[in-house]
Design a protein around this ligand. Structure first.
Ligand code: HEM
Length: 362
């Protein structure tokens, strides 16, 4: 049988996609609100991009969930590339809020009541993105909102999918495990020193003293933060500003080491993966900020159609829902390149390109 060649509209199933906009105010007996079409299209555009983000995240998770991750292989390069793609999509989504800003509060009011009690709060895909990245229920602002399955909450099916995803291993936990197994501090690289605790490791002894010497008087407390975050040594007053303990001390030591020695060839991919995750968080925060400003302008201090406190809830989510704050917080502990401790030759060799193993002509 002859195959029909693909046709633009049928390949993209445009009939379904372009027939999926049904403004409630256009129904018989209602007064059509012109801007409801924009409102629907922009939400659908967001959801399509959320779908792509989830698709990329699923791939990234599958790489980190392998029994053995090959740090030298192609997979991690693809992870880096696809994380960058996610960030480019979020950048686009942030810009798209500007299109919605062309709708005035009065234009929105013309159809707002028809939507109640539905709301972006119920975006299953947005919740799955948050959960896959590593946001857990106890960290959510007003966790009780998420457990509602009545009006304004999730329908039972979505609630089940979201709860199930929240119980699966998320990217933050995978990244933590991946970092924990980094071998830079192995005794063999460092002349086999006899140490009882990690804080006695020659690298950390030297690095800590350089770091502490560079602190100003007002920053003196950061030395105790350093000991707590990287070695789990409790401090009298835990500083809320640095670290949330989502990552283990071992993982954070590896992450800091990668950030410090990012110029070594072996760290190119791992550094960019960490940097991209910090950027994802940053772009999601920017989205929450833009959405919040738009909401304040659109509905002032009214409650949301999803029956949260509206702008108040969104402010809380903005402040609490970042995931990779531990990684972003590592900047607190950076020192200038010229002061970096020199690494043992054996380790430097291991961190370099394996060009010596290749033979170049001429
Ligand atoms: C007129 C435009 C909009 C208004 C007035 C608005 C208002 C709100 C409000 C008040 C909430 C809090 C939940 C509630 O009680 O309803 C919310 C949450 C949310 N909205 Fe919107 N929204 C608008 C457009 C959008 C668009 C275009 C998207 C794109 C998908 C979106 C996605 C979301 C998401 C994901 C949440 C949950 C945020 C979180 O929990 O951090 N909203 N929105």
């Amino acid at each position: 049988m002859e195959k029909t060649p693909p046709y633009y509209g049928s390949y993209l199933q445009l009939e379904k996609v372009l027939d999926a906009q049904a403004p409630l105010s256009f129904a018989p007996g209602q007064s059509p609100a012109h801007d409801e079409m924009l409102f629907i299209v922009i939400h659908q555009a967001f959801e399509l991009w959320f779908k792509q983000i989830l698709f990329e995240l699923d791939y990234i998770l599958s790489v980190f969930q392998q029994k053995k991750i090959d740090d030298d292989g192609e997979d991690l390069n693809l992870v880096r590339h696809r994380l960058r793609r996610i960030n480019t999509i979020f950048t686009l989504l942030n810009q798209q809020v500007g299109v919605l800003d062309t709708m005035t509060p009065m234009d929105f009011l013309a159809f707002r009541n028809l939507l109640t009690p539905s709301s972006g709060f119920q975006s299953k895909q947005f919740r799955l993105i948050e959960a896959r990245l590593g946001l857990e229920m106890p960290q959510r602002h007003h966790g009780e909102y998420y457990k509602r399955t009545n009006e304004g909450g999730f329908n039972p099916q979505d609630f089940q999918t979201i709860s199930q995803t929240e119980n699966e291993q998320h990217l933050l936990s995978c990244i933590n495990d991946w970092l924990e197994r980094m071998p830079f501090f192995q005794a063999s690289f460092w002349g086999n020193p006899q140490i009882e605790k990690e804080i006695d490791h020659p690298f950390w002894q030297q690095f800590r003293s350089i770091y502490v010497a560079g602190l100003t008087e007002r920053e003196a407390g950061k030395a105790a933060d350093f000991d707590r975050i990287f070695f789990g040594i409790p401090t009298a007053h835990d500083s809320a500003s640095t670290g949330t303990n989502k990552f283990s001390a071992t993982a954070l030591r590896a992450a800091l080491f990668i950030m410090l020695y990012r110029d070594f060839p072996v760290f190119q991919t791992s550094f960019q993966i960490l940097d991209a995750l910090i950027e994802t968080d940053h772009l999601m925060s920017q989205w929450r900020q833009r959405h919040l400003s738009m909401v304040r302008r659109m509905i002032g201090f009214r409650v949301g159609t999803g029956n949260t406190s509206g702008a108040g809830y969104l402010e809380g989510a903005l402040q609490q829902h970042e995931v990779y704050t531990d990684l972003a917080g590592l900047s607190t502990f950076l020192i200038v390149r010229s002061a970096l401790p020199n690494l043992p030759d054996a380790l430097k060799k291991a961190l370099g390109f394996r060009l010596a193993d290749l033979s170049f002509p001429g």
